[in-house]
Design a protein around this ligand. Sequence first.
Ligand SMILES: Nc1ncnc2c1ncn2[C@@H]1O[C@H](COP(=O)(O)OP(=O)(O)OP(=O)(O)O)[C@@H](O)[C@H]1O
Ligand SMILES: [Mg+2]
Length: 588
Amino acid sequence: MNSANRTNLRAYGELLARYVKPYSRQALALSVILLGGIGLSLLSPQIVRRFIDLAQAQADLRLLLYAALAYLAIGLTVRGMDVAVAYLGTNLGYATTNRLREDLARHLLGLDMEFQNSHTSGELIERIDGDVTSLTNFFSQFAVRLVGAFLLMAGVVLVMFITDWRVGLVMGLFAFGSLGLMVYLSRYAVHESEEERQANAELFGFVEERLAGLDEIRANGAGPYTMRRLYEIGRSWYERTTRAWKRRGSLWVFMMGFWGMASVLSLGLGILFYRQGVFTIGTVFMLQQYSMMLGDPIERISHQIQDLQKALAAIDRVRSLFALQPSISNGHGEHLPEGALQVQFDDVVFHYDDGDPDEPVLHHVSFQLEPGVTLGLLGRTGSGKTTLTRLLFRLWDPKAGAVRLAGQALPRVSLDNLRQRVGMVTQEVQLFEASLRDNLTFFDETIPDERVIAVIRELGMGAWFDGLEKGLDTMLPPGGGGLSAGEQQLLAFGRVFLQDPGLVVLDEPSSRLDPATEQRLEHAMDRLLQGRTGIIIAHRLATVQRVDEIMIMDQGVIQEHGRRADLVADRDSRFHQLLTAGLEEAFA
Ligand SMILES: Nc1ncnc2c1ncn2[C@@H]1O[C@H](COP(=O)(O)OP(=O)(O)OP(=O)(O)O)[C@@H](O)[C@H]1O
Ligand SMILES: [Mg+2]
């Protein structure tokens, strides 16, 4: 075993200790039953011996009956124990791995945007669920089963030893020798099996691609060429597949032969000692049964050891995920004050990690907003408006300079508190496939229904709500289907209302809304901004007209910032020009 494997083995031990500990009673019950079952199955051949010897001695029929009943009872108990082990094992496996999944999911959610952007959802699902699923066995039964198989093997050999030391010695050497051989040979067909899977992938990939392009192939007369390629690929597939089967087959034949020899040996020894009068017929039979029992644990151990290789790889991936640390630290635990928040950008420079540091997205941005003021943020696409608001939420941290809320530098504020006190409505509202209530409260059960309903009415969606048969329990379809873009935006407003933040950031949708919805949105916006500081990335004139201050961004620089009334009055201002040129056209 190499050192990486050893580290992973230690990691496995640590994970096991952490996740199985809360279920130690279940794990204990599982072990007891598993080991008890092994003990019982060691008993059966003894009864068989007694039965045969009794029968041969023409003993009382009642004794025979007792022996048969005992055999039956043991058999049934062992089966019952198997069921209990399967039940407990599955339960334990899922309980423990679900906690691991939960922890991994939480950990990933806490990682910063840089990580989230560079990994697809598919990959993350595979890493949270796929890898962990392959560990289920290793979190519940693996250790016990491995130990159990060893114990069964050792137990059988021991019983044989007690029966007759010569038989025990021979069979013990055989058993442990073949176990070593099995483990040694377990890698014998691995390479060929991988080649076989690869050949399958190539063949099916080829067929699928050609089928998809059938029309093109026909139209271009590429039929004969394609058939020839198919023939070549098919031949390679045939060769690689047969090679893998031969390898696996020869391994199997070898092991079968080995076990055949063991059987013959134990039978031969038994007959020899029977002839010498050392063994009864029953003893010979019993030894034969024991020797047949040896094959099972040996095979199981070698399988488990092969699986362990795969599990160690999965553990390695789980470990490396846990090792990732967010670059956004969780603040110093300071809390922001109640009420509207003051906003301050102090010489902020920012570029995304994959961007060019010499051409930052935000270029020495400084400005200040007094509590309760609403700012309209304008600028061409790509000028850095959304980026600026992301820094307020600490989705990213600035590369230089500082962002402050109510005078506190953001890294000092606890992240939870920050995200509680800053409300954000993005351009694309994410609605979940969940009840209306959960979509609004974000699964916060402490918010009373009356408040949720009051907010819905306040948003002007009362009539819509009254039309819902199940009220707050109405399930929203995935992706907010059935709701217009404006209505989705209104629901997002509702979330912010319930959260009651001191700063509201609003990335207005640039798409056109119908006039009725637009009016509801404007009304809701007014209500939302009351008593709060607001930053609105505005796309519509109507929105621009209700803000107190205007800030125009251009290529990451503040081009203009001032009170709206002043800028409107100033004929030379950029804002004035924009208004004359027509806002929507200017940024189109
Ligand atoms: N997650 C990201 N990773 C890397 N670069 C980004 C990322 N988001 C934005 N950018 C880049 O940063 C620059 C500013 O983008 P930003 O989204 O802040 O502009 P915007 O003013 O909000 O534009 P729009 O009006 O189109 O929404 C753009 O050049 C953009 O390509
Ligand atoms: Mg934007």
